[in-house]
Design a protein around this ligand. Structure first.
Ligand SMILES: C[S@@+](CC[C@H](N)C(=O)[O-])C[C@H]1O[C@@H](n2cnc3c(N)ncnc32)[C@H](O)[C@@H]1O
Length: 337
């Protein structure tokens, strides 16, 4: 049976947000911690690194204290009954992912977007060979730096961005990350690579000079949702997908499930942007490689696979069954992005 994504009727979780009376300090053993890391892997595909074990251990202690649950076994059992979209899971995922990000991280990718990709789609729209419409997915968007950077680039790279139908979907598994992203506020450290003109146009600084608020013209393009990449992707027929610095948390099994969902959500010929150090196995993944971090959706599976995508191993939150795709004899010709 699929675990619930709504808060359970269990009174232990109704109390989850408020510290309760005196809760004994319960030790967390290595064996218990390992059981939690296995459960996290099963739900999110994330392999908790040795460095993250200490952070996770602190987070578990804190969640136990806040929930009023008296033992780690009972807390584990509760997590087991909850769907990975439950807010309690979001708090756990938060402990083992992320870190501080900033706008325009990995400059060469944004230069490509502003100076290569967007002028080209703009020209195509002017010639009437494509609609003035772009659907972009920032998958694993963290605390919103990536979707807001995309919005800045659209404003810079399209001759008249207000004449376009533009939408950016930002998704992340971590509840806290999405909460922060929705606020649209960034610390001054996070916006230091935004060029001064863009900053003047699209950000307002608070009185203390520390937090910068994103302008409504950019925010209007972005929607946020909490989503797990191991579950079927949003139905978007996306033109561009940013999947940066999240595959590094995954092993082969999680990567394969994620890429399959992403592939499914992209329109033919759409482009995938990965992190600088993340390599997608071209061909087998259903993507052709154009640059070290840039991939294009392909419908072609290599001969070695008999023209079929292999079935991935199922997760606890099972990815949708993959549709086996027939190899197209003609192949896909990649663009010159
Ligand atoms: C290093 S951050 C990437 C931030 C963003 N892509 C950027 O470039 O600024 C990794 C993000 O992946 C998210 N994440 C990890 N596993 C996930 C999963 N299974 N589904 C969705 N998001 C996940 C984490 O919550 C975290 O916010």
């Amino acid at each position: 049976m699929e675990p619930s994504s709504r808060p359970p009727s269990d009174a232990r979780f109704r109390a989850v947000k408020r510290p309760v009376g005196i809760v004994p300090v319960v030790p967390l053993t290595d064996i218990q911690l390992s059981a939690f890391t296995e459960l996290i892997y099963d739900r999110s595909g994330i392999r908790v690194s040795p460095e993250q074990r200490a952070i996770l251990s602190n987070r578990l202690r804190r969640r136990l204290r806040l929930s009023g649950i008296r033992s780690f076994e009972a807390y584990y059992d509760c997590l087991l009954t909850l769907h990975s979209r439950h807010v309690e899971w979001g708090e756990i995922f938060q402990a083992v992912t992320g870190g501080e990000s900033y706008l325009f991280r990995n400059k060469q990718q944004w230069d490509w977007l502003v100076h290569v990709y967007l002028p080209r789609v703009d020209r195509e729209a002017q010639r009437g060979t494509r609609a003035r419409r772009l659907r972009i997915w920032s998958a694993a968007c963290g605390t919103g730096e990536e979707p807001v950077t995309i919005a800045c680039c659209l404003a810079q790279g399209l001759a008249d961005f207000r004449g376009w139908d533009l939408s950016i979907l930002g998704t992340d598994i971590a509840a806290g990350a999405i909460r922060r992203a929705v606020c649209g506020k960034f610390h001054k450290r996070a916006i230091q690579h935004v060029d001064p003109l863009c900053r003047r146009h699209f950000f307002t600084v608070d009185r203390q000079g520390t937090d910068w608020e994103t302008d409504e013209r950019l925010r209007a393009m972005i929607n946020y949702q909490r989503r797990n990449l191991l579950e079927p992707a949003p139905d978007g027929r996306f033109d561009l997908v940013f999947l940066r610095d999240v595959l590094t948390y995954f092993d082969e099994r999680s990567t394969e499930a994620t890429l399959d969902h992403v592939h499914e959500a992209m329109r033919p010929g759409a482009l995938l942007i990965c992190g600088g150090r993340e390599e997608v196995q071209a061909g087998a993944s259903g993507f052709g490689r154009l640059r070290p971090w840039l991939y294009q959706k392909s419908e072609v599976w290599p001969d070695a696979m008999n023209g079929k995508r292999p079935q991935p191993v199922a997760f606890a939150v099972a990815p949708k069954r993959l549709q086996q795709r027939k190899e197209k004899q003609s192949g896909t010709s990649f663009g010159t992005w």
